[in-house]
Design a protein around this ligand. Structure first.
Ligand SMILES: [Ca+2]
Ligand SMILES: [Ca+2]
Length: 389
């Protein structure tokens, strides 16, 4: 009598079907605790992602919806960084040596953002040839950068009065760009070219978002921004329109939480009769995940390092198909889910009796098992473990 037992005859099914990859919206959070802008920023960074960045009319509506019963003003992430947000029109990093892109020669007390509207830089000949921030809409002569000769920058004064944007266009079309000033010798050169005039140089800035976003979307109230010293921006919770305000006043504020990116390459890397091992890749160093299956949710934290996240789900039933869905989680916000189906191992046991005695060779047992597999209609590739006793 020969017993032929197959203990690990396995039907392994991995559909690998991604049923849902979702990308959520930014979530805004209204905090109804009046704070100055800097403290509001700190709370948003500690408890959420940052102060709100607003990039579209849809975002304006979403912010309004977070505070539907409030009608006052609330801080958002836009503000003036009068020292650090200046840029040169000539935006070529290879043009600037160490420290040259940040060379500045402001007149005392400047930049001051007078009337809240000074976003362009001029060389101010009446005041010791230093620099001043001024409204970009004023008409000025300008100094263009006309190229490099024998290793030295060359400059040209343009007599026609233009606003800064038109001056920039003229320099770009006819020379290289508005003048960049990279160091003291170039400052002296541009001074000589400027003579006794106010002239535009290539310096400009924009208000900046707390989170570093470069969104240029703006939703100003009429006649805003309007005031020297008002370097932070608040949004009316009723109209959604913005105004510049003194950063030290205390207002409620709007934070946002970024929706994390879904995990990548979610897969099953193995299973037995009672467990399935899952693996996925982290995105953007997000380390918190939720695994959802059978109506339960498990919080999972990624191990340190760059490798994939591995998690084994145990206490499962054999020969059962499960759907597993994994979400990246940041704070209270989860990414779109990524799902796969995986099946725990099937177990077939064959007991075979022969009427005549005699031991079968290993080869004969294998051949017999193949016949049984075929008889039960199992695809050969489903057999992962076979043991014969
Ligand atoms: Ca000024
Ligand atoms: Ca104002």
């Amino acid at each position: 009598m020969v017993y032929l037992m197959e203990r690990g005859l396995v039907l392994f099914v991995l559909t690998g079907v991604i049923t849902n990859v979702g990308f959520g919206q930014t979530h805004y959070n209204f905090v109804n605790t009046p704070l100055n802008w800097t403290n509001a920023q700190r709370v948003c960074r500690d408890d959420f992602t940052d102060l709100a960045t607003i990039q579209s009319a849809a975002d304006v509506d979403a912010v309004g919806n977070t505070a539907s019963s409030d009608t006052g003003k609330a801080w958002i992430g836009l503000h003036d960084d009068l020292q650090n947000s200046w840029m040169w029109s000539l935006n070529d990093s290879s043009f600037y040596g160490e420290g040259e892109a940040t060379y500045r020669n402001w007149y005392s007390g400047q930049p001051n953002n007078y009337a809240g509207r000074e976003n362009c830089g001029e060389l101010w000949s009446l005041y010791y040839d230093k620099w001043n921030d001024v409204s970009c809409s004023y008409n000025r002569r300008s100094v263009c950068f006309s190229g490099t000769l024998n290793g030295k920058a060359t400059f040209v004064r343009i007599e026609t009065l233009r606003n800064w944007t038109e001056a920039q266009r003229f320099c770009r079309e006819n020379y290289v760009d508005l003048a960049s000033i990279r160091n003291e010798p170039e400052h002296e050169m541009v001074k000589r070219v400027a003579g006794d005039n106010f002239v535009w140089i290539g310096l400009y800035r924009r208000k900046v978002w707390s989170d570093g976003s470069d969104s240029l979307y703006r939703n100003w109230e009429n006649n805003q921004p309007n005031t020297t010293g008002e370097t932070c921006v608040a949004s009316s919770l009723e109209s959604g329109l913005w105004s510049d305000e003194d950063c030290s006043i205390q207002l409620p504020f709007v934070c946002y939480t970024a929706t994390p990116a879904p995990v990548e390459d979610f897969r099953s890397t193995g299973q037995n009769q009672t467990s399935v091992t899952l693996q996925w890749n982290k995105v953007n160093n997000n380390i918190s995940f939720i695994l959802q299956f059978n109506g339960t949710e498990t919080n999972i934290r990624a191990p340190d390092g760059d490798g994939p996240v591995t998690h084994t789900v145990s206490s499962l039933s054999a020969a059962t198909e499960y759907t597993f869905t994994v979400f990246s989680v940041f704070g209270s916000v989860r990414s779109g889910g990524v799902s796969i189906n995986a099946v725990t191992d099937y177990v077939y046991r064959f007991k075979v009796s022969f009427s005549s005695g005699g031991e079968l060779s290993q080869h004969e047992k294998e051949a017999l098992l193949d016949q049984l597999i075929e008889k039960y209609g199992l695809p050969p590739q489903s057999v992962r473990n076979r043991s014969i006793t």
